[in-house]
Write a new protein. Structure first.
Length: 236
C-alpha cells in the first residue's frame, strides 16, 4: 500500500514538507529505493503547490535523502549508508517517537559508547566534586511527576557527559536531546523495571563519587540495558 501524505497549512510549507519526508524516512515508512509519488500527486495530497514540492525535493536531494532520476522519478536514498552532515543535523532535530528499528539501535549503541567513555574519563580525573550536577539531578528525580522525572533524568546524564572533561561529549548529548527526550518519555510510559532502573542510577552516582570505575560502568550498562530492553519491543 502506498504511503499517504496529509494536507499542510501555509506556514513554512517547504520546510514542513522536507521535515515530513525526513520523518517518514527516519521512521521506516519510506524505505531506501522506494519511489515517491509524482510531484503533482504529492502537492495534491499535502495541499501545497507543485513548485513548493519541487523546491523541497531539491532540498532533500542536496541533503542525501532522495535521488532525482530524470524521466524516472524521485527515489529514497539510503542515508544511513551514505550520510551527509545534513543527515546528522536532520536526525538531531528529529522530534518524533517513531524511529526505524535499526536506527533506534544505532542511536542507543552510540549513547552507550559515549556514556561509558564519560564514566571512564570522569573517574580518571579523580575529583568527586565534578559529580555535583548529577547529585542535584538525582535529588530532583525523587518525584512522582513524569515530566519532572524526565527533565531530571536528562540533566543527570547530561552532567555525566560534562563530568568527563571532554568538551565534545556534552555537545553530542545536547545535539540529540530532542530524540533522546522522546525515547526517555516512551520508556517512562512503559512503567517496567522502574525501581531497578532508579536504583541503578543511585548505584552509578555512588560509584562515581567513590571513584570506582568498574562498579560505575556496570551500573551504567545496567541502566541503558534496561531502557533499551524495554524500548526494543515497541520499536521492533
Amino acid at each position: 500500500m502506498a504511503t499517504a501524505f496529509e494536507k499542510m497549512d501555509q506556514a513554512g510549507l517547504k520546510e514542513r514538507f522536507v521535515r515530513e519526508v525526513q520523518r517518514k524516512i527516519f521512521a521506516g515508512e519510506l524505505l531506501p529505493g522506494e519511489q515517491l509519488p509524482p510531484e503533482r500527486e504529492l502537492a495534491a495530497q499535502m495541499g501545497i503547490s507543485r513548485s513548493l514540492v519541487n523546491v523541497g525535493i531539491l532540498d532533500l536531494e542536496s541533503k542525501g535523502f532522495v535521488k532525482v532520476v530524470p524521466r524516472c522519478g524521485t527515489f529514497v536514498q539510503d542515508c544511513r549508508k551514505n550520510p551527509t552532515p545534513q543527515t546528522l543535523a536532520a536526525l538531531m532535530s528529529y522530534d518524533s517517537t517513531k524511529l526505524d528499528y535499526s536506527l533506534f539501535h544505532s542511536l542507543t549503541d552510540t549513547r552507550l559508547l559515549v556514556e561509558r567513555e564519560c564514566v571512564r574519563l570522569s573517574v580518571a580525573l579523580g575529583d568527586p566534586t565534578i559529580f555535583a550536577g548529577m547529585r542535584e539531578a538525582w535529588e530532583r528525580m525523587q518525584t512522582d511527576r513524569q515530566d519532572e522525572l524526565k527533565d531530571a533524568l536528562m540533566d543527570y546524564h547530561y552532567h555525566l557527559t560534562k563530568a568527563s572533561g571532554n568538551l565534545v561529549y556534552p555537545m553530542i548529548f545536547k545535539g540529540f536531546e530532542l530524540v533522546l527526550r522522546h525515547l526517555m518519555e516512551t520508556y517512562l510510559q512503559q512503567k517496567l523495571r522502574h525501581e531497578e532502573y532508579m536504583s541503578l542510577h543511585e548505584d552509578l552516582l555512588v560509584a562515581l563519587e567513590a571513584m570506582d570505575a568498574k562498579a560505575a560502568d556496570e551500573a551504567l550498562v545496567g541502566i541503558l540495558g534496561i531502557s533499551i530492553g524495554v524500548l526494543e519491543k515497541p520499536y521492533k
